[in-house]
Design a protein around this ligand. Structure first.
Ligand SMILES: C[S@@+](CC[C@H](N)C(=O)[O-])C[C@H]1O[C@@H](n2cnc3c(N)ncnc32)[C@H](O)[C@@H]1O
Length: 306
């Protein structure tokens, strides 16, 4: 990476850090797992459950896992309770501190640990694993400016052939398009461009510069380090995350739609048309060993030991 590009990336990391730091305090109350007091977010809870089901399916039992964009540790702590060991990295030190506090409160500080680090700087991670699997959920990587650097760094941290599960916000969301077209409000369809633009980033209710991907474009961005095993829409026939109020108001209706979702989310014609897609990839043992860019060493200034 040139020095200019490196400086731009470092600047983008600073902006992301500030936005997610601000969002961290209210994150669990607004986007955490739903609880009896009515806190949390039902639709996001559904997405997390679906994502966790895929992880349990592909990750070896009791494996050492790396989570990219661990937020307040919601998924890491669920997996740690099930016998996995998880190291979560996140660009936001405030998110990381909250995850560490929750791990301590639940007596899981040994099996769930957290560090502040942007995904694109994984090569600088102090813990070398090797990890038996990795995941990045709910659109974390849509805000990462250096996907190639992320892929190179992650490749070196994983055992050969290890699974990597990435959930990305899609370029096209069929539900959103149909919903607004039948109401004659095409202007309300969210812009999901392949270029950097300000939009709702991931599921954390944070506006930040993001890029939307088709499954093909994302696979190309992290090739040759990872090869695609499967893709499915997440969700296909439920509203996108930013319409979670609609999901809460019409739960019975959407419970019926889940059947359609289950049947159709892996169909080739539909799997790129959900709000997100889940992609299961494998570390490619034949990919070239990661190279360090000697001219411009990675800027690790946003990293803090924790
Ligand atoms: C959707 S949220 C957290 C998801 C979490 N797994 C959960 O269940 O709530 C995404 C997280 O990714 C972090 N993030 C965003 N861009 C990142 C990047 N480029 N590198 C590392 N973390 C990033 C944000 O700070 C945020 O905490």
């Amino acid at each position: 990476m040139s020095q200019n590009a490196n400086a731009e990336t470092a600047q983008q990391y600073k902006a992301l850090e500030a936005r997610f730091d601000r969002a961290a305090k209210l994150y669990d109350a607004t986007y955490g797992q739903p609880d009896e007091q009515g806190h949390g977010n039902l639709l996001l809870g559904w997405l997390r459950d679906r994502h966790l089901a895929v992880l349990r399916d592909v990750m070896p039992e009791r494996a050492l896992l790396l989570e990219i964009g661990s937020g307040t540790g919601e998924e890491a702590l669920i997996l740690a309770r099930e016998g996995y060991s998880v190291l979560g990295i996140d660009i936001s030190p405030v998110m990381v501190r909250q995850a560490q506090t929750k791990a301590a409160v639940h007596g899981l500080s040994r099996s769930a640990t957290f560090r502040t680090l942007p995904a694109g700087r994984l090569a600088a991670l102090d813990e070398r694993g090797p990890f038996q699997g990795a995941y990045a959920s709910l659109g974390t990587l849509n805000t990462e400016p250096d996907l190639a650097g992320m892929a190179r760094g992650l490749h070196a941290l994983l055992v050969p052939g290890a699974p990597f599960v990435a959930t990305m916000m899609s370029r096209h969301c069929l539900y959103e398009i149909l919903h607004y077209l039948v109401r004659f409000k095409p202007g309300r369809i969210m812009r999901r461009g392949p270029d950097w633009h300000e939009a709702r980033a991931g599921t954390g209710g944070v506006d930040a510069p993001v890029k939307f991907y088709s499954p093909r474009a994302f696979a190309a961005a992290i090739a040759p380090y990872f090869t695609v095993e499967s893709v499915q829409a997440l969700p296909l026939w439920l509203p996108p995350v930013h319409m979670h109020d609609l999901y809460r108001e019409r739960q019975a209706h959407f419970a019926q739609r889940e059947g359609w979702d289950r049947r159709m989310r892996t169909w080739p014609a539909f799997r790129a048309w959900g709000d997100h897609f889940i992609m299961v990839l494998r570390q490619n043992p034949d990919a070239a060993a990661p190279e360090q860019d000697a001219a411009a060493p990675p800027d690790t200034s946003t990293e803090e030991p924790s």
